[in-house]
Ligand binder design. Structure first.
Ligand SMILES: Nc1ncnc2c1ncn2[C@@H]1O[C@H](COP(=O)(O)OP(=O)(O)OP(=O)(O)O)[C@@H](O)[C@H]1O
Ligand SMILES: [Mg+2]
Length: 291
């Protein structure tokens, strides 16, 4: 015979076992989700690596051919009578555009030769990019910059990071123009936040956060999932190459940073770039060496 005391004990044990089981199931579900995210990141990294290698190969051959075509065009132009020269201008213009495309492809593939780095103020980089884009925004659109903290130093190639921000700002402009009034707001927020470079890192390091938000047309989940793919564009033939964000992704990755996109169709988009700030000591030492 089992006494009441024994039944109570078994019931309590049963409750405890159920609690432990639920907890174990929850932990297992979280581990599976973590694993899925890691697998997804690995797949994305492998895909970008493969596309990068292919792209670099094509861009390299492309450049070789252009290095023959461009000087030849100049020589041929020299033989032409003046009234025929405009034809050659067109051809030279197209060749220069092709060369610019090859340069962009190399930069996407991480093979850009001009990736020299130095310490730069985060605010100066953002200022330079917004100054380049301001004339392309027009009076009816609003472009604002908010500096939430004082500037941090970034060890970077300033030209490349400006290129990333210009890509984001021009995409934002296209999105607000497509949405039409009363939309038309693009805001850049710059802040410095402390976080660990990796989960296991002992120290919190300063990171620069640059967010570019717009209240434009936004994206569907299908578009958002593909924005960093090279040659993915929704802008139609001749209007977009689909290399802006693929190149931006590669540049930010080369700077040990991250670029993420959040978007809601019909509401707008925010791109967030996080970059490790260079330590004040490294920046001071570099400044002393430069003097
Ligand atoms: N801020 C944004 N709002 C809505 N859609 C966007 C935004 N930024 C990017 N996209 C979508 O992502 C696609 C890819 O952008 P990406 O900058 O790589 O190429 P693109 O702008 O189409 O062409 P390119 O930059 O080469 O001229 C765009 O065609 C657009 O569909
Ligand atoms: Mg673009």
């Amino acid at each position: 015979m089992v006494g009441f005391g024994e039944l109570d004990r078994l019931a309590a044990e049963n409750v405890e076992l159920r609690r432990l089981l639920t907890e174990a199931q929850r932990t297992a579900a979280a581990a599976t989700a973590d694993q899925r995210t890691l697998e997804e990141q690995l797949r994305q990294a492998q895909k970008m690596e493969a596309i990068g290698n292919l792209t670099a190969g094509i861009a390299h051959d492309f450049n070789n051919m252009l290095s023959v075509i461009m000087p030849t065009l100049e020589v041929v132009a020299g033989f032409l009578p003046n009234e025929r020269k405009p034809i050659m201008h067109e051809a030279s213009h197209a060749a220069r555009r092709a060369s610019e495309l090859a340069r962009q492809l190399m930069s996407f593939a991480g093979r850009s030769p001009s990736a020299q780095r130095a310490h730069h103020s985060s605010h100066e980089i953002v200022d330079a990019a917004t100054r380049i884009c301001a004339p392309m925004f027009g009076a009816e659109l609003h472009l604002a910059t908010v500096y939430e903290d004082s500037a941090a130093a970034l060890y970077c190639n300033a030209g490349q990071l400006e290129q990333v921000l210009v890509n984001l700002l021009l995409n934002a402009r296209d999105a607000v123009v497509a949405a039409g009034p009363p939309r038309g707001h693009v805001i850049v927020r710059v802040s410095v936040r402390r976080r660990r470079a990796e989960r296991s890192a002992p120290e919190l390091d300063p990171w620069v956060w640059i967010q570019v938000s717009d209240d434009g047309v936004g994206m569907t989940d299908e578009v958002r999932a593909r924005v960093f793919e090279p040659f993915f564009t929704t802008k139609g033939l001749g209007r977009g190459t689909g290399l802006g964000l693929a190149t931006s992704y590669a540049i930010v990755r080369d700077h040990e940073g991250r670029i993420e996109c959040a978007s809601h169709a019909g509401f707008g988009t925010t791109f967030t770039i996080t970059l490790p700030a260079s330590s004040p000591n490294a920046a001071k030492q570099h400044a002393a060496e430069a003097e």
